[in-house]
Design a protein around this ligand. Structure first.
Ligand code: AOF
Ligand code: ZN
Length: 329
């Protein structure tokens, strides 16, 4: 199952809002097939594993990180394929929490005489697809709050240079954008940074761009208006954040990346709406070249993150800390 989880991870960043799933097929104590869900809309892990089998999978045991689906979605039900292949036993890490599967996959397999075992590495499997599980269970999305700051806590600079973090850090942000279905900023970010809020290079699946505040304040010819026809921008004016998230949830937006600036990030933190916090800190002290400091609650969260992070990674001289909000309480 651990191997299946490792395989599943390869799909992160390409499968969302589907879960990342991995599958291993074992016969006579040997791995005869492996597979994972590679891309949203493409074949599921089980199908890829069955296709990869070097020997007939009849009589084999299938290890899978999620309950096999039994519905006709973008792809046919995996349960059919498993039964047809003559799999003898299915070991699943965790049940599929969505209404369309939710235990029915296991039932169908059992009815067909397949032995089913669940709960193996369940915690790891739930952690791997935390946004998928949260959204299926609560209809509330996974909120990632991300910011970049200088060593002395500034969020912007006055010296005319555009960036705080280096290009490797900014490339990493693209990876985070890739797995989200929406990127959210406040109006001040549109005015001051003229952001694109896109995944680059364009892989044909852009997150919805969400701006809080009035469109009348957008600078003329800003990137957002120039590209709004091609990639939509959703504008929320005068709503509370919870309302915004509910509205986005209705569009099946499962993960939202909040990219700032100070006011918006502070509101998300104050209202306890963040699930995950990601902070990039550069090695540079800006001093008098600094503009807009991280707010008190941002600094508080950053200081907690320093002591209790789930991952720490260097990008050149920048450091990225990632942590779950629940870790901090
Ligand atoms: C599986 N194996 O590898 C994945 C599953 O539209 P579809 O056909 O791609 O179905 C997507 C749903 O299937 C998704 O919401 C989740 O419930 C399940 N994902 N199931 O058996 C897989 N990725
Ligand atoms: Zn499936």
């Amino acid at each position: 199952m651990k191997l299946a989880l490792e395989l599943a991870k390869k799909g992160l960043g390409s499968v969302e809002p589907n879960p990342a799933v991995g599958c291993i097929i074992i016969k006579n104590n040997k791995i005869i097939g492996t597979g994972f869900h590679k891309k949203f809309g493409s074949a599921h892990a089980e199908i890829n594993a069955l296709k990869s089998c070097k020997k007939s999978p009849a009589g084999a045991t299938m290890y899978i990180t999620l309950e096999p689906c039994c519905h006709l979605g973008k792809t046919p039900p995996c349960t059919n394929a498993i039964i047809k292949a003559g799999i003898k036993k299915v070991v699943a890490a965790v049940g599929d929490p969505t209404g369309k599967v939710g235990g029915k996959g296991f039932k169908i397999l059992k009815k067909a005489g397949i032995e089913v075992e669940t709960g193996i590495c369940q915690k790891e499997a739930e952690k791997l697809n935390a946004p998928f599980f949260k959204f299926a269970k609560t209809k509330k999305q996974w909120v990632i709050v991300k910011w970049a700051q200088s060593k002395d806590g500034f969020l912007a600079r006055t010296d005319g240079k555009r960036w705080l973090s280096n290009s490797a850090s900014r490339k990493d942000v693209q990876k985070i954008r890739k797995k989200t279905q929406a990127i959210l900023v406040g109006i001040n970010t549109v005015i001051e940074d003229n952001p694109k809020l896109t995944v680059r290079p364009d892989n044909g699946r852009q997150p919805l761009r969400v701006v809080l505040g009035s469109k009348s304040k957008w600078p003329k010819n800003c990137y957002l208006s120039k590209t709004a026809k091609k990639w939509p921008v959703c504008v929320f004016n005068g709503r509370n954040l919870n309302d915004v998230l509910i509205k986005l949830g209705k569009k099946t937006i499962q993960q939202v990346l909040v990219e700032g600036g100070q006011k918006v990030i502070t509101s998300f933190l104050k209202q306890n709406l963040a699930d995950e916090i990601i902070v990039y800190t550069s090695n540079e002290k800006l001093g008098s070249k600094g503009k807009v400091k991280s707010s008190q609650i941002m600094m508080k969260n950053y200081n907690r993150l320093k002591k209790n992070y789930s991952s720490k990674k260097s990008f050149g001289k920048d450091i990225r800390l990632t942590g779950l909000r629940t870790n901090h309480q």
